[in-house]
Design a protein around this ligand. Structure first.
Ligand code: SF4
Ligand code: SF4
Length: 175
C-alpha cells in the first residue's frame, strides 16, 4: 500500500467512526423503555424550549448574514472560525442527541458532505429542525453576528441549556 492509499483509508475510517457512533445513539434511543421515555420527554421539552428561545433571538441576524457568508461556520474551510468540527456528527454527544431526538424524526445525515469538510446536516443551511440543535452549534456566534445580538440574554439561555445537559441522567434512561 502506498502513502496516499494509507491516507485515504485513514480519512475514510475517520468518517466511519462518527457515523457508527451516531447510529448507536439512534439504537440507544429506540431501545428506551416506557419510564425512560417519560423522563426523556420531560427533559427534552426543557432543552428544546431554551433552544427555541435562542433561535428567536438570533434568527433575524442569521437570516441577514449567514446566507451571504463566505466563511460559513458549518464547513471546515476555516477551522478556527468553524463550529463544525468534522466529528461527532451534528456536534452531538449521546445526551444531546437523546434530548433533540425525543419525539422528532431527524433528517438523515448526508455523509458524503464529510468528505468535503462540510457538516452532514448542511444543505443550503442546517437541515435540523430549529429546536433540535446541539449545544455546540447553538453556542457559537462569529464576531459579526455577536455585534448584533444581545449576548447577555443569550448567555443566560445558554446557561439554562447547559444546566439541562449537565443534569441529564443516562442512568434514568436505563430503567
Ligand atoms: S455565524 Fe458568522 S461565520 Fe457562521 S455562517 Fe453566519 S455569518 Fe458566517
Ligand atoms: S448541525 Fe447544523 S448548525 Fe450544526 S454544524 Fe451542522 S449544519 Fe451547522
Amino acid at each position: 500500500m502506498n502513502m496516499t492509499e494509507g491516507l485515504e483509508d485513514k480519512i475514510l475510517s475517520d468518517f466511519k467512526r462518527p457515523q457508527k457512533e451516531f447510529e448507536l445513539y439512534e439504537k440507544f434511543y429506540l431501545g428506551l423503555g416506557e419510564n425512560a421515555k417519560i423522563y426523556l420527554k420531560c427533559e427534552s421539552k426543557k432543552y428544546k424550549k431554551i433552544v427555541l428561545a435562542i433561535q428567536e433571538v438570533i434568527q433575524p441576524s442569521v437570516r441577514m448574514n449567514c446566507i451571504r457568508c463566505e466563511i460559513h461556520c458549518c464547513k471546515l474551510y476555516v477551522p478556527e472560525l468553524s463550529i463544525y468540527i468534522a466529528k461527532p456528527v451534528g456536534c452531538f454527544d449521546l445526551i444531546n442527541y437523546l434530548l433533540v431526538r425525543c419525539d422528532t424524526v431527524l433528517p438523515d445525515p448526508c455523509y458524503e458532505n464529510m468528505e468535503k469538510n462540510v457538516c452532514p446536516f448542511y444543505v443550503n443551511g442546517c437541515t435540523l429542525p430549529v429546536d433540535c440543535r446541539s449545544y455546540l452549534c447553538i453556542q457559537y456566534f462569529c464576531d459579526k453576528i455577536k455585534k448584533e445580538l444581545d449576548m447577555q440574554l443569550i448567555s443566560k439561555y445558554l446557561e439554562k441549556a447547559k444546566f439541562v445537559l449537565n443534569h441529564f441522567s443516562v442512568q434514568e434512561c436505563m430503567i
